[in-house]
Design a binder for this molecule. Structure first.
Ligand code: ADP
Length: 303
């Protein structure tokens, strides 16, 4: 069994830049663009948080997914399902401008966050990623202590408040506090995979996002850790809007309010493009879908 590395605190600006990039934080003083304000909350619980109009993404001019239009509702969990290669990850990355980091990617159409165009010239993509956080398939804690993993973002962003309380609050929200409160100063790499993923969720929550995007957050986890993350998602949706890409249809059925089913269509010989087939309440997608392709997918006939 390997011993976890001792914590290595980042000492250099290069390390900090790398950590900040992973956490979606901009350290540069030049980042003076607009931060998208979270849409007003509370008054209307069913207000759309995202509105996509005819969104498409090309890589090097080759369409990966196209003609996607839908509205995502605040404080709901929306699941993206569909066979591999239909553009689920590509599309979720449009929701916090993560595709900007892929030089060959071009996004067309309109992505509205509340009443702001996320791709408007004056919107800073790095600030977008602070408000719209992301958790990845593979847990990616920093090589730092548990405490520092959480404190890093709030500190570099100059967030006000008592850091111990910020760290505790984020770990509590991620249902991790009781498991780690006695070892906050130990390296995050000593945690189990499931705990590391909840730490990444806590890290995301510490910088107070409004939306959490999760790209297959459980695919590297065992069933018990998966169940813990699913329970956590259901708790978190009281305060956050969540979008999850999942290969696991049972997971989509268990946790989500709405489901978007994507498929890959052949547009011409040798050319296949992802598209949205059906977007509906999860119950409907799984029990009474409109589209025959959805029915075949959810009943396991393909994919
Ligand atoms: P899914 O998440 O549904 O499996 P992806 O969004 O990963 O689908 O991929 C959709 C299509 O875009 C696939 O054809 C894939 O090969 C292509 N693709 C994804 N990322 C890149 C990239 N960085 N460069 C070029 N093509 C990509």
């Amino acid at each position: 069994m390997s011993t976890p590395d001792r914590p290595t605190e980042a000492k250099t600006r290069e390390d900090d830049d790398e950590f900040a990039r992973k956490a979606g934080i901009d350290l540069s003083a030049e980042a003076q663009h607009t931060t998208p304000a979270a849409p007003a909350t509370g008054a209307a619980m069913a207000s759309p948080i995202f509105k996509l109009e005819d969104v498409g993404v090309q890589y090097g001019g080759v369409p990966a997914v196209e003609k996607v239009s839908f509205e995502l509702i605040e404080r709901e969990i929306t699941a993206f399902i569909g066979p591999s290669g239909c553009g689920k990850s590509t599309l979720i990355r449009c929701l916090n401008r993560m595709n900007d980091l892929v030089p060959s990617a071009t996004v067309t159409g309109k992505v509205m966050y509340g009443d702001q165009d996320l791709y408007a010239d004056d919107i800073d993509p790095v600030q977008v990623r602070k408000v719209i956080g992301m958790v990845f398939q593979k847990p990616n804690p920093f090589p730092k202590t548990i405490y520092e993993n959480i404190a890093f973002g709030p500190r570099v962003l100059g967030m006000k408040g008592n850091m111990d309380e910020i760290v505790e609050g984020a770990l509590r929200k991620a249902a991790l506090w009781d498991e780690v409160k006695d070892r906050l100063k130990t390296n995050a790499f000593g945690m189990s995979g499931g705990q590391q993923q909840r730490l990444c969720i806590a890290r995301c929550l510490a910088i107070e996002p409004s939306v959490i995007l999760m790209d297959e957050p459980c695919s590297a986890l065992d069933p018990i850790s998966t169940a813990a993350i699913e329970d956590l998602m259901i708790d978190l949706k009281e305060r956050y809007s969540i979008v999850i890409v999942t290969h696991n249809m049972q997971q989509a059925a268990r946790v989500s309010d709405k489901t978007a089913f994507f498929n890959v269509a052949k547009v011409e010989e040798g050319k296949r493009v992802g598209n949205l087939v059906e977007f509906a309440p999860t119950d409907k997608i799984f029990t009474n879908p409109e589209d025959e392709r959805t029915k075949e997918y959810v009943t396991g006939k393909f994919g």
